[in-house]
Design a protein around this ligand. Structure first.
Ligand code: CO
Length: 470
């Protein structure tokens, strides 16, 4: 390999965000992460994804942790590695559209507390929903990566991906990610897709997939050969299944080739050794269900993300209608078509999935529609790649107004209101943002935090009173 041109592929390590979000419902606590940070910092990863997505909600709700505190601690430990987060466009990390001032402030505080790369996506790939976050990231000196939700369907031709890549470059983003949340991108399609996108844009391209359907590492191999710049992987104990391909395996695959990452397997082994007992513990406690570690071929056959399938099973169970599983599976692509063929990712996956279940259980399509279905068909989530089915739209929202502008243009600034509401609990600027995204969950957390602090104060007072007997 003497005169070979080196084109090392970068790896984003996901164990601190997507891997545990996908395998153990985002329950990895900060204290478990910190002891291994120094070692992880030696690898030379392109970046470590460690924040955003569901981690914010899960920290506050289930772990009673301040997500901002987690970010600051990780930042202090990762002295050489770029930290990356996942950001849901105008939804930030929540489930509604937020006004621009809240989006801007969130970006500002994320970067101020230690994030380098913000991966921003929208469930409809409506780039208007990403504009504010991209601009704010650029303004704060961060790296704005736009992630395209990958999906299949009539509308998603190579031309579609090439055109949207050009638009992303024009928007001023620093890189593009193909976010294949369902593991639908198969190896030879990846080759075509990456080559097409590479011909349309000069921006670096990163590929994010999940092992759900069993093809992920082959897809990475073809994508790297086709010129992809960075791939997302998880250290082996938290890899595969609904998570990402194993970091060590991809590193070894490219060793000695022009794509060689140059990462040291000994350091990676140390990291794997550290996480392995935790994996065993999670299997024992039931937090990690071995079921999610296998191959779910249904996701390829029905083009439905694995998480959506498991939600569907539990929703049907609740309704004592498990026998309707196959029928609902067939209804999902039909609802998706009616709704303008959106990618299926939070929140569009829930909107389509829940409506498909209702259509089947009610025995009449769109007899009853969810509030979210109504909002989607009224344009409140943004623009879909194809038009809505006009008959379905009429049946669901009647003569209600349909908007075609960027949905956040209709929102009044919101920060001042949140500041006022959170006043009583506020201990740091960031509390306003926690509250804005999850008012109830954040308030519960603030109460918990206060109670903990009072306990500490009491203990200190006791020590002072009794520590120096005369
Ligand atoms: Co993912």
């Amino acid at each position: 390999m003497s005169d070979q041109v080196k084109k090392p592929v970068g790896i984003t390590e996901t164990v601190l965000r997507d891997a545990h979000q996908s395998l153990i419902a985002t329950r990895m606590p900060t204290e478990l992460m910190l002891p291994i940070v120094e070692t992880m910092d030696k690898v030379g990863y392109h970046s470590v994804e460690c924040w955003g997505g569901a981690t914010f909600d899960a920290s506050l709700r289930f772990l009673h942790e301040d997500p901002w505190e987690r970010l600051r601690k990780l930042r202090a430990g990762f002295k050489n590695t770029k930290l990356q987060m996942l950001f849901r466009g105008q939804n930030i990390l929540g489930y509604n559209h937020y006004p621009d001032d809240v989006v801007e402030y969130f970006v500002q505080k994320s970067i101020a507390n230690g994030i380098d790369i913000i991966r921003i996506f929208d469930c409809l790939n409506d780039l208007r929903n990403l504009e504010t976050a991209v601009k704010a990231t650029n303004k704060e000196g961060g790296h704005a990566q736009i992630a395209l939700s990958y999906t299949l369907g009539d509308a998603y031709t190579l031309d579609y991906w090439m055109n949207i890549s050009k638009q992303i470059e024009e928007m001023g983003a620093h890189s593009i990610c193909i976010k294949d949340m369902a593991g639908l991108l198969v190896p030879y399609e990846a080759d075509k897709l990456i080559r097409a996108m590479k011909s349309a844009t000069k921006l670096p391209i990163q590929l994010h997939t999940h092992y759900t359907s069993g093809v992920a590492s082959m897809t990475y191999l073809k994508a790297v050969e086709a010129g992809v710049d960075v791939i997302d992987c998880a250290i082996s104990p938290f890899s595969m299944g609904t998570s990402q391909p194993a970091t060590e395996v991809m590193v070894e695959t490219f060793k000695g080739t022009e794509y060689d990452t140059g990462y040291d397997q000994k350091v990676l082994a140390e990291i794997a050794d550290y996480f392995r007992p935790y994996r065993e513990e999670c299997i024992k406690s039931g937090l990690l269900n071995p079921k999610v570690l296998g191959v779910n071929i249904k996701t390829l056959l029905y083009q439905v993300p694995g998480g959506m399938l498991s939600n569907m099973v539990s929703q049907l169970k609740e309704q004592h209608a498990e026998d309707k599983y196959e029928e609902v599976l067939k209804e999902i692509p039909r609802v998706r078509k009616d709704y303008g063929e959106p990618p299926l990712v939070t929140p569009s996956s829930q909107i389509v999935g829940t409506q498909a279940i209702m259509n089947v259980l009610m025995g009449e399509r769109y007899k009853v529609a969810t509030g979210q279905s109504k909002d989607l068909l009224a344009g409140k989530y943004g623009q879909t790649v194809k038009p809505f089915n006009p008959e379905v739209q009429k049946k669901v929202i009647g003569d209600a107004e349909v908007i075609t502008c960027r949905p956040a243009d209709l929102l009044e600034p919101g920060l001042a209101k949140f500041e006022e509401e959170v006043k009583q609990w506020k201990q740091q600027d960031e509390d306003t943002l926690s509250y804005a995204l999850f008012p109830q969950v954040a308030t519960e957390f603030f109460k918990y935090r206060q109670a903990q602090q009072e306990k500490v104060d009491l203990a200190e007072a006791d020590t002072k009173n009794g520590a120096y007997p005369v």
